[in-house]
Write a protein of this length. Structure first.
Length: 252
């Protein structure tokens, strides 16, 4: 019998879609749509269960329970106004931060108090595409496992370790050179194409509205010169440029 909106399983799914604290407590999150679910399966993530709208088909290869939903339920549970016909509950993975203490060519990205889900998702996507070893999120950064971030990452979140609530000091203690981006021309800042980014570096990206505080303890400040009149690039755009510059230098 198809599940009604009031069923316990549907209400649990709704909480995982909407509530960060529930995702943290359950160590699980929702992936909406066959494309994301298939990528999670391909990357070896554990799919706990799937919820399917009338007339739709569950993703194969998950080895998980399939729950058929009654008409109209998916529209009330999903995070989008035009929802995908299938949602999965995915169990979070535990990553060992100590594994990042070695590796001469390892590099990472740090998102410091990034507030926009779309920006964080794009940062994850760029970091994974450019070969970053991991992404760190400082306290105050939007939840990486919210539906909007997972969707904006285009599946990248399933292919790169994400560490939450990590301080810049902790990243530095892992042996990474902290390189922060700034829209301001500081006295000691370096054009990102001239900076030495070939070793163990951490690209640090600040909040959309305020950037990184000027008193942030970093090993170097990076600038991205531009000819336009706009004050700075969007943080996700800046992240893409910086990540692929690190990739270029690591490839040489």
């Amino acid at each position: 019998m198809p599940l009604a909106f009031t069923s316990n399983r549907v209400q649990r799914l709704r909480r995982l879609v909407n509530d960060k604290s529930e995702r943290a407590k359950e160590k699980a999150f929702a992936a909406e749509g066959a494309t994301l679910i298939d990528e999670a399966i391909r990357a070896g993530w554990k799919i706990e269960s799937q919820f399917v709208a009338p007339g739709a088909v569950a993703c194969s290869g998950a080895g998980s329970a399939v729950n058929d939903l009654a008409a109209g339920v998916m529209e009330r549970v999903a995070s989008t106004t035009s929802p995908q016909p299938v949602i999965a509950i995915v169990l979070k993975r535990e990553h060992d931060i100590d594994e990042l203490k070695s590796g001469e060519k390892d590099w990472v990205v740090v998102a410091d108090k990034i507030s926009d889900p779309g920006n964080l998702g794009t940062i994850l996507r760029s970091a994974e595409a450019a070969g970053a070893r991991a992404v760190f999120l400082t306290g105050g950064t939007v939840d990486a496992f919210s539906p909007k971030v997972v969707r904006a990452s285009a599946g990248a979140i399933f292919n790169i370790p994400v560490f939450e609530s990590v301080s810049l000091e902790e990243v530095g203690e892992l042996g990474f050179k902290l390189c922060g981006s700034s829209s301001h021309q500081l006295e000691n800042s370096v054009d990102f194409t001239n900076a030495d980014l070939a070793g163990r570096v951490a690209i640090v990206l600040g909040n959309e509205a305020h950037g990184l505080p000027m008193n942030t303890k970093l090993d170097c400040w990076l600038t991205i010169p531009h000819a336009g009149r706009g004050e700075s690039l969007n943080v996700a755009m800046a992240a893409t440029l910086l990540c692929f510059e690190v990739k270029r230098q690591h490839s040489n």
